[in-house]
Write a protein that binds this ligand. Structure first.
Ligand SMILES: NC(=O)c1ccc[n+]([C@@H]2O[C@H](COP(=O)([O-])OP(=O)(O)OC[C@H]3O[C@@H](n4cnc5c(N)ncnc54)[C@H](OP(=O)(O)O)[C@@H]3O)[C@@H](O)[C@H]2O)c1
Length: 260
């Protein structure tokens, strides 16, 4: 095992983008704390990463939808030299708002928003004290305007985008980098749970490569992985906000289940 670059905590590491980022960071020499609910899956991934890259890999199985678990995560990693947090745990809902159970919407707000604020708040004092650290927060292409048929999901991502933009300036003087990552469609476990049909999707590895490069370069601000994300950014930017919402209504009509 070569010397560690220090530890990275990756939430949502049992699947999709989080899992791919864990592999990417191990390649860069980070030791890892892998977090999600599926403990057996995390243990398998940890074993494979440790065998392939010779990195230390700890598993902490937590349901981040439950208030206080991010603080528990900070407490359970207090003995480790953590320098990077990647908050990739999250999920989406879609379809007619009136038909989505309110429990699903609120659970999504808890995981996508509340847990991320809690996580960043729990680790910021450590990063301030060590005068360095990084947060990578998962925003989305949908974060930049309202999105009919995924209204709550898009609002959770707008929350993260705005949160990251504000924190970036506030924490930079402390040597802390805050990065928002806004991908377009990604082929992962996300689509099935969100009941979305994805076309022109990137792979989680594509997104992880972009994140890995941004972490290496200590990029602050927002990165938009992939052609579609950049193309839509450019074309939507020309429209007034209400026009962007209309455009997204058309896009989502083809991606989400029709009303019952
Ligand atoms: N896929 C896309 O098209 C896309 C596009 C833009 C942005 N994003 C964002 O990227 C992030 C990752 O999405 P993905 O595509 O990687 O989805 P994914 O493949 O479904 O992975 C989601 C991860 O989040 C974890 N998770 C979900 N609920 C959790 C909970 N209550 N507690 C702890 N962990 C939980 C899951 O693990 P367990 O089930 O084991 O708990 C899993 O590891 C999300 O924030 C998503 O909004 C995705």
């Amino acid at each position: 095992m070569t010397a560690s670059r220090s530890w990275a905590v990756v939430t949502g590491a049992s699947d999709g983008i989080g899992r791919a980022v864990a592999w990417e960071l191990a390649r860069q020499g980070y030791d890892l704390v892998l977090v999600a609910r599926r403990e057996a899956t995390l243990l398998e991934i940890a074993t494979e990463i440790a065998q392939t890259h010779g990195r230390a890999c700890q598993v902490i199985a937590l349901d981040l939808g439950i208030g206080g678990t991010s603080e528990e995560l900070a407490a359970r990693t207090s003995g480790l030299d953590v320098s990077l947090i990647v908050a990739a745990a999250g999920f989406g809902t879609s379809g007619a708002f009136v038909e989505i159970p309110i429990a699903d919407e609120l659970a999504m707000v808890d995981v996508n928003c509340r847990a991320v604020v809690e996580l960043v708040h729990a680790f910021t004092p450590r990063f301030v004290a060590q005068r360095s650290g990084g947060f990578v927060l998962l925003s989305s292409l949908v974060a930049f305007q309202g999105v009919p048929r995924a209204a709550t999901y898009a609002a959770t991502k707008a929350f993260i985008q705005t949160f990251a933009e504000g924190l970036r300036h506030e924490l930079a003087p402390h040597g802390i980098d805050v990065l928002a990552v806004a991908p377009g469609p990604v082929r992962s476990g996300f689509a099935a749970r969100a009941r979305m049909t994805m076309t022109m999707a990137q792979t989680p590895a594509d997104v992880a490569t972009v994140i890995g490069k941004a972490v290496r370069r200590r990029t602050r601000g927002t990165v938009r992985p992939g052609f579609l994300s950049k193309f839509l950014e450019a074309s939507l930017a020309l429209l007034p906000r209400f026009g962007r919402v209309r455009m997204m209504r058309r896009v989502m009509a083809g991606m989400t289940p029709p009303p019952a």
